[in-house]
Design a protein around this ligand. Structure first.
Ligand code: IMP
Length: 429
């Protein structure tokens, strides 16, 4: 089993961190391959809560090497802050944390660019996390103004690059708003060169290290950030993030060839949430939505925004399960649905008078779809202490089995709370 990928099958926040944490011990490397500090991973261990945005979840396990792959966009102050917080909490972080020299760097002008562009977009705003993710990826793909982590370690080159890039960025920012914040190239150079020095021990060619690891029979665990419906190519474009958050990002974002991936675990919340703009057919605008939000503490880890909540959508899940080649599903936060007397499960859509079984990832068409629900009885009792599938209330078991049947992928794990122990392994029947 050389490489496993843990990937979200919805719009992010599926509690991937808990599953990565559970699997970390069986692996030698844990790799983030996409996104940046827009992700929010909460891991609860023995009553201690760790919140990570940029660092791989594996960093909590010093025996394992944690890798920030080339596909990630790195905001150095955030990197250093998370490392500092972990050390303060007694977690050892040193040679076990590596950052690709090819990962791109987020600068404060990226944050300002995003703030002004999102502000100007008003109604059609994507509702981004404001972490500079989109503008940094734009510069990466545009090639003229992207700066890689490896360049932070080459002061002469970095100075020259920033003295060329920053005047352009200042002109761009002023064109977006008269009140735009602008930047001093030399001051940014000094600041980022200092970050580079502090990060130096972690920066290397991570692709080479991972390939060597594979050659030595080591096990790799890829940790996706965001969910597959936010994938820039396969998600509900343009209401997506700027990276490949599906399994498609693994090879481009880590340098590990596709052929090594042998297991894909799809992470699914027992209901659906979405943060930011974009269509969401099963969204609940009523008291039930609010009940789920409160019970699931559905407020963004990164931004604190209330998440939009709704019923589980098996049309979307069939699409993302196929897209990722998912072998098995981990169904998370089942305990939250204990607040519902009855549970609805979207099994198809109605769109312009037609029944639709296929998910239209095209946002405009998706916005015209209405869910067709199947209704199942709720269980209305606390299931957070249950540890065996057979001990779940009948209605909860029926719900899990129905989801697996509708999606066409076995559910091998059910989570009934944030702690590691609150996990039920489901044996194949
Ligand atoms: P960006 O990634 O900050 O550019 O935001 C683009 C879209 O992805 C917005 O709708 C965000 O709310 C959403 N998004 C980004 N990261 C996450 C995440 O970790 N969880 C859920 N949604 C996210």
């Amino acid at each position: 089993m050389p490489a496993t990928c843990v990937v979200g099958l919805q719009w992010g926040d599926e509690a991937k961190g808990k599953i990565v944490d559970l699997l970390t011990k069986q692996n030698d490397y844990v790799i983030r391959y996409n996104g940046g500090a827009n992700a929010g991973h909460t891991i609860v261990r023995g009553g201690q809560t760790f919140k990570l945005s940029l660092l791989p979840t594996g960093v909590l396990e010093p025996r394992v090497t944690s890798v920030i792959g080339n596909g990630v966009v790195v905001y150095p102050p955030r990197f250093l802050e998370e490392v500092g917080n972990l050390r303060q909490a007694g977690v050892s972080v040193g040679a076990n944390l590596l950052v690709s020299h090819h990962a791109h760097v987020i600068f404060p002008y990226h944050l300002e660019e995003e703030r002004l562009q999102e502000g100007a977009a008003a109604e059609s705003a994507i509702g981004t996390t404001g972490r500079g993710i989109g503008p940094c990826y734009q510069d990466k793909v545009g090639r003229l103004r992207g700066v890689r982590v490896g360049e932070l370690l080459q002061p002469a080159l970095l100075r020259e690059r920033l003295h060329r890039i920053v005047p352009y960025k200042n002109r761009l920012l002023r064109s977006l708003s008269d009140d735009a914040r602008t930047f001093d190239a030399e001051a940014l150079f000094q600041e980022y060169a200092a970050y580079g020095e502090q990060m130096r021990a972690h920066v290397c060619d991570t692709s080479e290290i991972l390939l060597n690891g594979l050659a030595q029979g080591k096990n790799l665990l890829f940790e996706a950030a965001q969910g597959s419906l936010l994938d820039v190519d396969h998600g509900t474009y343009p209401y997506v993030t700027s990276s490949n958050s599906s399994v498609a990002g693994v090879w481009s974002g880590s340098g590990v060839p596709a052929r090594y991936l042998s297991r894909v675990i799809g992470i699914v919340k027992a209901y659906t949430t979405r943060v930011g703009g974009g269509p969401f057919p099963t969204e609940l605008h009523d008291e039930m939505g609010e009940r789920i939000r409160q019970a699931g503490r559905e407020f963004g880890t990164v931004t604190g925004r209330p998440r939009r909540c709704g019923w589980l959508d098996t049309v979307a899940l069939r699409y993302t399960a196929a897209l990722n080649g998912v072998d098995e599903i981990a169904l998370m936060l089942l305990d939250v649905l204990s607040v519902a007397d009855q549970i609805s499960l979207a099994v198809a859509y109605e769109c312009e008078g037609q029944r639709l079984e296929r998910f239209p990832a095209d946002a405009a068409q998706l916005a015209r779809c209405r869910p067709i629900y199947e209704t199942l009885p709720g269980w209305r009792c606390d299931i957070t202490q249950v540890r065996r599938f057979a001990d779940l209330p009948r209605a909860a078991r029926d719900y899990v089995e129905q989801v697996a049947r509708r999606v066409g992928v076995p559910i091998r794990l059910v989570s009934v709370g944030p702690d590691r122990e609150q996990t039920i392994l489901v044996s194949p029947s």
